[in-house]
Design a binder for this molecule. Structure first.
Ligand code: NAP
Length: 314
């Protein structure tokens, strides 16, 4: 496993990390049981994964993860969790709700501290109000040692351009230790401004949802590419109708999904790529993909030319 430093947080994090949300949500939708979820986590640890991402709202993920990590030395892994300030719509909740959520997360995860506590899904229009209302509480929790570092994630379904990133990183680069960003083959827009700003200010970047729904599903991917051709985002002749990204599979790139995880890691701002899977076979494949050499430069450059300008949810 390769390791990278997570910006000014200074954490030495595995390039591949494990996410307990996303479409797989730790296998909860498929009826996985604790024993299987524990096996996934133990496999992660065996392969050198040392960062686990969760959220108070990912079903029972926090509790399942806490159980899976029981008995594992606490200083051998990092925990990231989040709180959705917008659960009741807008910036509706008060700061006491954040503090209470952290207490519940600590209890469910069976830990005395959370390495990175994130405000989940900040929108640019709500950014100032969120900072004003919740930052003092995050700072107090940090002083109390209940959280190590402060961060936020973007709400890319509502905000596919992730406009909050440059707003936050230009306004308050000192406030944030770590951000969670969606950066992948079909979502490259963060590379324009946000990732360079993160590098400039030494803010750690965790890459979420870089594969997600379309890339592992050949027919959905074909539909998306056809739609983007219809909308004029990409030239009709630029990609074949069938298996439009099949050209990425050659030499040691064994699938489009492997190419996608490799692309997701291939930016100097990225500290770790979070993979969300419910199967050990996929976990092994994804970690192996991240261990192999980078995508060939020509393929990476072609992906940037094709999709670099598109800021749509995909
Ligand atoms: N803060 C936020 O707003 C936010 C938003 C999204 C995600 N996240 C975090 O980021 C993590 C990663 O995002 P994500 O879960 O969307 O993950 P992802 O890694 O981009 O994609 C996961 C999806 O790809 C499938 N997949 C994974 N490996 C595969 C393979 N080798 N072949 C075929 N299909 C494969 C998974 O299904 P299988 O189960 O079948 O493998 C799952 O449906 C989440 O778990 C969560 O912790 C945070």
């Amino acid at each position: 496993m390769q390791y990278r430093t997570l910006g000014k947080a200074g954490m030495n994090v595995s390039l591949a990390s494990f996410g307990t949300g996303g479409p797989s949500q730790f296998g909860q939708h498929k009826g996985l049981e604790q024993q299987q979820q524990t096996a996934l986590i133990r496999r992660c640890l065996d392969l050198g994964v040392n960062l686990f991402d969760t959220h108070e709202g990912y079903g029972s993920s926090e509790r399942i993860l806490g159980e899976a990590l029981r008995g594992v030395p606490r200083d051998s892994y990092h925990l990231v969790t989040k709180w959705a300030y917008h659960r009741n719509g807008g910036v509706g909740q008060d700061a006491a709700a954040l503090a209470a959520s952290v207490e519940r997360s600590l209890e469910r995860l069976g830990t005395e501290y959370i390495d990175v506590m994130m405000l989940h899904g900040i929108l640019a229009a709500e950014y100032d109000a969120v900072v004003e209302r919740f930052m003092p509480t995050l700072e107090r929790l940090q002083e109390q040692g209940k959280i190590g570092f402060k961060g936020f994630s973007t709400r890319y379904i509502a905000d596919p351009a992730q406009e909050v990133l440059p707003v936050a990183l230009r306004t308050h680069p000192a406030l944030w230790d770590v951000i969670m960003v969606k950066y992948g083959i079909l979502n490259q827009i963060a590379a324009n401004e946000a990732l360079p700003l993160a590098l400039e200010h030494n803010i750690g970047v965790l890459n979420m949802a870089s594969v997600r729904i379309k890339l592992p599903n050949p027919s959905l991917l074909e539909e998306l590419i056809a739609e983007w051709k219809d909308k004029g985002y990409i030239a009709r002749e630029s990609l074949p109708t069938r298996d439009p990204l099949g050209w990425l599979v050659h030499n040691d790139v064994d699938s489009v999904v492997s190419a996608a995880y490799k692309f997701a890691a291939d930016h100097p701002a990225i500290g770790s790529v979070i993979t969300g899977t419910s199967t050990i076979a996929h976990l092994d494949a994804n970690i192996a993909a991240l261990e192999r050499p980078r995508l060939p430069k020509a393929d990476s450059a072609r992906l940037k030319r094709l999709f670099g300008h598109i800021a749509e949810y995909a």
